[in-house]
Design a protein around this ligand. Structure first.
Ligand SMILES: Nc1ncnc2c1ncn2[C@@H]1O[C@H](COP(=O)(O)OP(=O)(O)OP(=O)(O)O)[C@@H](O)[C@H]1O
Ligand SMILES: [Mg+2]
Length: 348
């Protein structure tokens, strides 16, 4: 394994037909970190991963492993393991052959190949399936073969592009835990692409949130969850209530069109009179506040209900509650000021 202390992306840019798919991505990854690249479809996640892997040349910028420049090296000389969304297994080769293929390519001896292949297959709990072909395995089992194949070469970095998106909900949760377990027990450094915020939050040490090819925020799950850098990140991270208004006297906001004043927490520079967007999660709206709202829609979600309610002055709110409510019920909503984030409306 090629050890490294840090991997550095410096202004990595990739264009297709003159248009930026990825713009000036700068990021330093420490050995052992689990990094998630998160963002909506088309934001540049796979482009970033493929640039790192060497499957796409950069239009500008550079990539460094400690002091070694990597972006000029072909993929096979970077020493990375890759797990693709569609597994990309060899259909005519057994599980064993699929896993050992990379080792043979790297010129590892036959005895060593056998030992490491057996270990990798055991790691992903596929001992009983070692001689089967991919077509004889379930989706989750195939995914585990793909993971075994990526880690068997003891890569300095593992790259995963939406590895769980083809799996059903239960298997996705199981594999998520499995991936985190492997990351820890093998001491891997992992870059993981997903558009699923929950997956990114639960797996990663740090998240990189992308939009339109540009980094919106880099931070720990907690930072991104509680202090999204702008309204787009907030929107993407589950702040379902985005309320337009105008800033007035510091941390308050006049909601539009009602003109009702509420207090919030400004994020970024917000000046009096500026148009702002107030963002709050459904679960953060209190139901013992002082403004009346009428329940419009109720959805049962297991433990809780998501509720749409309308205030007398016409604000439509998404709420969450453990109490069974019915359409037409009156509730009294309130916004805790530390949970109501005020973003400049114009900032991109
Ligand atoms: N080979 C290509 N030729 C032209 N444009 C491309 C190519 N690959 C990607 N793009 C464009 O670059 C942008 C980013 O694409 P990318 O595949 O990185 O998105 P993504 O974040 O991985 O999306 P998804 O979640 O849908 O996989 C998109 O607008 C896409 O259309
Ligand atoms: Mg993609």
């Amino acid at each position: 394994m090629t050890r490294f202390e840090r991997l550095r992306l410096d202004g990595v840019t990739r264009q297709f037909a003159g248009v930026d798919a990825l713009s000036e991505l700068s990021l330093e990854i420490q050995r052992g970190e689990f990094i998630a690249l998160l963002g909506p479809s088309g934001c540049g996640k796979s482009t970033a991963l493929n640039c790192l892997a060497g499957l796409l040349p950069l239009t500008a910028g550079s990539i460094w492993r400690d002091d070694v420049r990597l972006d000029t090296l072909p993929p096979e000389r970077r020493g990375f393991g890759m797990v693709f969304q569609n597994y990309a297994l060899f259909p005519h080769m057994s599980v064993q052959k699929n896993v050992s293929f990379g080792l043979q390519m790297h010129g590892v001896t036959r005895a060593e190949t056998r030992r490491r292949t057996t270990d990798a297959i055991r790691l992903v709990h596929l001992e009983e399936h070692a001689t089967k072909l991919p077509g004889q395995l379930s989706g989750g089992q195939q995914q585990r073969v793909a993971i075994a194949r990526a880690v068997v070469i003891e890569p300095s970095l593992v790259l995963m592009d939406e590895p769980l998106s083809n799996l059903d909900a239960k298997l996705r949760l199981e594999m998520r835990t499995e991936i985190r377990r492997l990351h820890q027990s093998l001491g891997l450094t992992t870059v993981y692409v997903t558009h699923d915020q929950e997956e990114a939050l639960s797996l990663s040490d740090r998240l990189v949130v992308l939009r339109d090819g540009r980094v919106q925020q880099i931070g720990t799950p907690e930072e991104v969850h509680t202090r999204p850098a702008n309204r787009h990140v907030a929107d993407f991270m589950g702040y379902r209530n985005l309320l337009p208004g105008r800033a007035s006297s510091g941390a308050s906001l006049l909601l539009e069109p009602s003109g009702v004043r509420v207090k919030g927490t400004p994020v970024g520079s917000v000046n009096d009179g500026d148009p702002v967007v107030a963002a709050i999660r459904p679960e953060d709206i209190r139901l013992d506040g002082d403004r009346e709202a009428t329940v419009d829609v109720v959805e049962y979600q297991g433990r809780e209900f998501t509720v749409e309610a309308r205030t007398d002055d016409g604000l439509m709110l998404h709420l969450r509650t453990g109490t069974r409510l019915s359409v037409g019920d009156k509730v009294r909503v309130g916004f805790p000021p530390d949970r109501l984030l005020l973003f400049p409306a114009e900032a991109s």
